[in-house]
Ligand binder design. Structure first.
Ligand SMILES: Nc1ncnc2c1ncn2[C@@H]1O[C@H](COP(=O)(O)OP(=O)(O)OP(=O)(O)O)[C@@H](O)[C@H]1O
Length: 794
């Protein structure tokens, strides 16, 4: 028997033994869970039998309460145990099929004994509870597997570093308890295994990569020191994957102190959320909070304004070139995204400290109780060293006092009599209870005495009338926040005067028009996307920042699409949080990055001290085949630095069709072929939503096709038509670029569309097909010489 097959047999014997032990654990756990479950059902069923309920007097009531509490505690304890066991069971069942994916043999320096460590998605102790049959991939020792080739190696543990020698590094593919493949690997983690994983058709949800994490990715996953971890990585280099394994790692490393709901992932859209939501449960962890920045903005200002969606803004940037305001708006978008605008607002806020805040009258039944002018004078009479939000709180106290006086006077007014008479029975009873609760010296017979009843009900009626005003005062609604924001734009010379003597950059040339445009929108209660964050910033600076102090880790994926302004805002929003930002400047699609793609990302780095920041660059691209990466890397400057993973495949093709009808039939033919070859996710990527809708209409009778819109919240296998910007972050087995011409509206011509084109083409895992129809010229981004890459297939 060859050494290899002997090894294989020994390993299979070990797998058999481990799976046997896992099965035994599953059996015993199933027994206990079913016991706990029937106990829970029993408790729920007999809940009221085991509780002594008696409300006769206060002592009995207290006893009833105690008895209820005890019963509820028993139930929730059982529920906790049950939840825990169910989680354990889920993990064990996963381990049963594939208990581990790697093995390392390590000898510590100065020691004889060899540690044989098997790595899987979770730890497993042997039946005597003496040693580990499987180590969790996140355990310190597991780092050796990801970081070193066989030879000298150092492992960092919480108690210090341990040096030694890695004698063996072995990889397995185990399915249903059978070793399917096994290799001993050298420098990088198994090219063979990666080949296999990456060669597969995608199944529309992201997979965990724990078995094949690469060294650079491991640095991202295990970073514990940085306040800001910045990851700049090529398309398909595993940024999102690394981010998600990082969450799993942090939950393991800080278990007991860090919960899944203390981690927030900001992703580009709801569909992306659905795409990545399977990874953590696959690893036996709960999902972190997932949201989008738009969702946050919606919660904060969606009720007061018609808030524009970022994709609508982008659609405008891509299609509205002929509109008269186009250039003004684009200049506004760029300026409002920048830290220059943050600086302008900061200057403006200093100014507001000594004058300029606009207040609203406090009125009661159309009569002014305290006028805006009085509030203004009161506010500006307060010591100016006190911050604006604190001064506003003092004003609110004062106003509440004024309101109390007015409320007292109102008791004797005629309208109160009328209101009391008009009370319906239900309200009357409610009033009675409330008055009784808040007025201890009321006797039961108080309501028998007419005058007394009138007085008490009057108190109720008046208090109810004043309630909304009180609540508005507490929310500081006496400050006109929209006016506060717009005042900056009212007089175009005003902003320039604020910047005088500061080092801030000048205002954009179109400032006057930007001012008029902004006022027009906000006065009509429309909140353009570019104004939403600056507006909220002004609001928060005036009313005091509503920070989220619970969140410990903020992860920002597709970070290149955030503005410098948004990053500055988020830093304030999550003051106690570490930030992991992952992005690719070459995929910046937002309008604000039109002139310099660097704004947001580099501004983020400037927000944190250099010594607390770690930057990791990922150059290797895993998603696409070598021919696709060779093509896409020519689309962008500096693309030669992107290293394709050595996976073969067919070269991208370019099809030029004579007219639209021919184009569609060529696309249908191609999709049918791709489908027949087993590709499970196929996307026809259009530039805009409008174009996607047209193409969908044209193709829907010929193919089982789905249209992805910005509200689409699930990512499913099949054939889809999707606008370019929604395809960000996700991937497809095959991509068909609907219009790769230089057509201004539908194709890719302008320099600022280069990155969008790159983003679109890099979504392809196995096949990429470009189409041009009619008289259209090929997009100038497709390098002439790349046609020699047999791109042309006419
Ligand atoms: N170490 C790895 N092992 C196996 N697969 C990997 C690894 N790293 C990345 N991949 C695969 O490569 C593909 C791209 O990964 P991912 O989406 O995380 O990249 P990305 O950098 O976020 O891409 P983009 O910026 O283009 O959206 C995914 O299919 C992922 O599973």
């Amino acid at each position: 028997m060859s050494l290899k097959s002997q090894d294989w047999q020994q390993e299979q014997a070990r797998v058999d033994d481990v799976t046997k032990q896992i099965r035994a654990k599953i059996r015993s756990l199933e027994e206990t869970t079913s016991e706990t479950k029937s106990e829970m059902v029993d408790i729920r069923k007999n809940f009221w039998d085991d509780v002594t309920v008696n409300f006769e007097d206060s002592a009995e009531m207290a006893e009833t309460f105690a008895s209820l509490k005890q019963q509820a505690e028993i139930l929730s304890e059982r529920e906790r145990t049950h939840r825990h066991s169910a989680l354990q069971l889920r993990t064990l069942k996963k381990l049963k099929s594939s208990p581990y994916f790697g093995r390392i043999d390590f000898v510590e320096n100065e020691e004889e004994a060899l540690d044989q460590v098997y790595l899987g998605i979770a730890s497993l102790r042997d039946h005597n509870d003496e040693g580990y049959l499987i180590y969790d991939w996140r355990a310190p020792i597991a780092s050796l597997y990801y970081d070193y080739p066989p030879g000298p190696a150092v492992v960092e543990t919480p108690i210090g570093s341990i040096s030694g020698e890695l004698k063996l590094k072995r990889q397995f593919v185990i399915r249903d308890g059978e070793i399917r493949s096994m290799f001993d690997t050298g420098v990088t983690i198994g090219d063979e295994l990666l080949q296999e994983v990456l060669g597969k058709q995608s199944d529309a949800s992201m997979k965990s990569i724990v078995g094949t994490i690469q060294k650079e990715q491991n640095r991202i996953i295990r970073d514990e020191r940085s306040r800001l971890l910045l990851v700049q990585g090529a398309a398909g280099s595993g940024k999102t994957s690394a981010a998600l394994q990082r969450v799993a790692y942090l939950l393991y490393r800080f278990r007991g102190t860090l919960n899944a709901d203390q981690i927030v992932l900001f992703s580009p859209n709801p569909m992306f959320n659905s795409y990545v939501s399977t990874v953590l449960p696959e690893l036996g962890e709960e999902n972190m909070q997932q949201t989008t920045f738009q969702e946050y903005l919606m919660i904060r200002i969606g009720k007061s304004f018609k808030l524009e969606n970022p994709y609508a803004q982008l659609e405008y940037a891509l299609t509205a070139m002929d509109e008269p305001d186009y250039n003004v708006r684009m200049a506004g978008i760029q300026y409002k995204a920048s830290t220059h605008f943050v600086a302008l607002i900061d200057q403006y806020l200093v100014h507001l400290g000594s004058g300029g805040l606009v207040f609203r009258d406090i009125a009661f039944r159309d009569e002014i109780v305290v006028s805006a002018v009085e509030i203004h004078d009161y506010f500006y009479a307060i010591d100016r060293n006190i911050a604006i939000p604190n001064r506003l709180r003092l004003v609110a106290e004062w106003l509440l006092g004024q309101l109390r006086e007015r409320q007292k006077a109102a008791l004797k007014e005629e309208w109160v009599d009328e209101a009391v008479e008009l009370l319906d029975k239900e309200t009357y009873l409610k009033a009675y209870q409330i008055v009784r609760k808040s007025n201890r010296n009321i006797r039961d017979d108080s309501f028998d005495d007419f005058d007394r009843e009138r007085e008490l009900l009057g108190q109720y009626v008046v208090s109810e009338e004043f309630k909304p005003i009180r609540s508005r005062l507490r929310k500081l609604a006496f400050v006109d926040l929209r006016a506060a924001y717009l005042s900056m734009f009212r007089d175009p010379a005003f902003a320039a005067s604020l910047l005088e003597g500061t080092a801030s950059a000048e205002l954009p040339a179109e400032w006057q028009e930007i001012c008029a445009w902004t006022i027009d929108k906000l006065m009509n209660r429309v909140m353009p996307y570019e104004d939403a964050t600056p507006f909220l910033y002004v609001v928060e600076r005036i009313r005091g920042f509503q920070t989220n102090t619970l969140v410990r880790h903020v992860i920002i994926d597709e970070a290149q699409d955030y503005t410098a302004f948004q990053f500055a805002y988020m830093k304030r929003l999550f003051p106690f949080s570490r930030v992991t930002a992952l992005g690719d400047l070459n995929q910046s699609i937002n309008a604000h990055t039109a002139s310099d793609g660097l704004t947001g990302f580099s501004a983020l780095a400037a927000l944190y001290p250099a010594e607390e920041t770690e930057t990791i660059v990922l150059r290797q691209s895993y998603r696409s085949t070598r021919p696709i990466v060779e093509f896409t890397s020519q689309l962008i400057p500096g693309g030669e630095g992107i290293q394709p993973f050595n996976r073969d495949g067919v070269k991208p093709t370019l099809t030029v069709a004579g007219n639209t009808a021919e184009l569609h039939s060529r696309i249908v033919e191609r999709i049918q072929k791709l489908n027949g070859e087993g590709n499970r996710t196929i996307a026809v990527i259009c530039k805009t939503a409008a174009q996607s809708a047209q193409v969908y209409e044209a193709l829907r009778n010929m193919l089982p096709i789905r249209l992805i819109e910005r509200e689409t919240s699930t990512f499913a296998p099949g054939i889809v038509v999707i606008p370019s910007y929604l395809a960000k972050g996700v991937e497809f087995d095959a991509v068909l670029v609907y219009d790769a011409s230089d057509h201004a509206a539908a194709g890719y011509r302008l320099e600022r569309e280069r990155r969008l084109f790159y983003t679109v083409c890099t979504r392809a895992m196995h096949e990429l097909h470009l189409f041009v129809s009619g008289s259209g010229q090929i997009s100038p981004f497709i390098p002439g010489h790349s046609l020699t890459l047999s791109l042309k297939e006419v």
